[in-house]
Write a protein that binds this ligand. Structure first.
Ligand code: ZN
Length: 427
């Protein structure tokens, strides 16, 4: 079972969603999972395998010998799934980023997802993501240097900032500085090429995220907290990866699905609303000799644990929480319930998760938002809608969600990993 140091290493190595997918792939390889390519015909599937598609990963551990060789037509083999998302709100470099004025070189950025904008001010920012070269090859890149910064306006020039709050226009006020002098077109491309040790003409297109360079840190006099960027939702990606890497074969197929693009609505080729998971599940059933009818029967008796962080009660804003359903840090993952189906949890799926926690000896709690404060949503309802698989939404309680640097307890990620392993293997 993983430790908080393992999680910190995962977070520090995963400065972009593509790197999160890479961190999971590396852990799976080490655990003996075989890589598959989506474009190949999966005539046979290994006992444990995974496929990476963009910044998404689906990994599986097939049911054990009890069902191997038994035609699925006579015995549909259900799936036990854990889902999470690899992407986090951030700022991304635009295709033509060279800009600036008045002695400053600046980089044009686009806001990705629901960024807590003020949290990106006055941080030393690095750049990570992927670059497509002119020959079609893809280069992952992490530049862990202090490349740029979004300087906050001095209080002397914004006298009532502490009374009125920081007002930031996404187009005008978030453009980082990355040097001094007159900006020149093509400068960023040349700098990027230098980082990649290729010619500037070799650089094609990019998807690049800014990130806060501060590494993950255990915090508090009692070392009970963890501060890091991207806890939402790389924490759950780590827990899912740790869980499936450590299980043994069960009577059902075990699957983890880590999707990109949750923060922008999941509607993409590699998002939860796309066909990625559906296709992998069907390919597993077909490779095991099942019919389409047996596959649909398997789906009908499958279940999904959708893990995405929850809001812990904030000591300075306790009134923002529903008094009877406010998750407390380090008291276990929260079951997220919403009668209006912003979360997919049902009474029966909640019961299944409770049992998984009890088997693992893990505490759990319940989150329901206030009636006058609508909650966010997550991948749970989307996968449930797409696949018709019973789903429960859960998540580790955290503070500062969507900040460049978030905060959670050190015990809850371990609890979630244990609960996920119990979910994957349980009866
Ligand atoms: Zn999330």
């Amino acid at each position: 079972m993983g430790t908080i140091d393992d999680l910190s290493s995962y977070l520090d190595a995963s400065r972009s969603p593509w790197h999160a997918a890479g961190s999971t792939a590396a852990a799976l390889l080490e655990a003996g999972f075989q890589p598959l390519t989506a474009g190949d015909d999966w005539g046979e599937v290994p006992d444990a395998g995974f496929v990476v598609s963009g910044a998404s990963v689906v990994a599986f551990r097939l049911a054990g010998d009890a069902t191997a060789g038994t035609p699925q037509a006579s015995r549909p083999t259900p799936f036990r799934i854990v889902g999470a998302h690899t992407d986090s709100p951030c700022l991304r470099i635009k295709p033509r980023p060279d800009t600036g004025q008045l002695g400053w070189k600046q980089l044009a950025v686009e806001v990705y997802g629901g960024v807590l904008l003020n949290s990106w001010l006055d941080r030393d920012l690095g750049i990570a993501g992927r670059v497509v070269l002119q020959d079609g090859s893809i280069a992952g890149i992490t530049i862990d240097d202090a490349v740029c910064r979004i300087p906050q306006l001095a209080i002397h020039l914004d006298r009532d900032v502490n009374e009125k709050g920081v007002q930031l226009d996404k187009q005008q006020h978030l453009t980082p500085v990355w040097g001094t002098g007159a900006p020149r077109q093509g400068e960023f491309r040349e700098w990027l090429a230098h980082q990649l040790e290729v010619d500037a003409t070799d650089v094609g297109w990019w998807e690049l995220c800014l990130f806060d360079r501060t590494p993950a840190a255990v915090l508090g006099a009692d070392n009970s907290l963890l501060a890091s960027g991207r806890l939402d939702n790389q924490l759950s990606c780590w827990a899912a990866t740790d869980a499936i890497a450590g299980t043994t074969a069960a009577d059902h197929h075990q699957v983890i699905a880590l999707f990109d693009h949750e923060e922008v609505g999941s509607e993409s080729t590699t998002g939860a609303a796309g066909p990625l998971l559906e296709h992998v599940l069907e390919r597993i059933s077909l490779a095991r000799g099942g019919t389409r009818s047996a596959h649909l029967a398997a789906l009908a008796s499958s279940s999904c644990l959708s893990a995405d962080n929850a809001h812990a009660v904030h000591p300075n804003y306790a009134e923002r929480h529903e008094p009877g359903h406010r998750p407390i840090v380090n008291q276990g993952p929260a079951l997220k319930v919403n009668a209006n189906q912003r979360y997919a949890t049902s009474a029966t799926s909640a019961q299944s998760f409770q049992r998984a926690c009890e088997r693992a000896g893990v505490p759990w709690q319940v989150f329901v938002s206030r009636n006058n404060m609508p909650c966010g949503s997550t991948i749970g309802p989307i996968t449930a809608t797409r696949l018709g698989i019973e789903t429960v939404d859960v998540g580790v309680p955290q503070l500062s969600m969507h900040s460049a640097r978030e905060l959670c307890g050190v015990e809850d990620p371990i609890h979630l990993a244990a609960a996920a392993a119990s979910w994957l293997t349980g009866p």
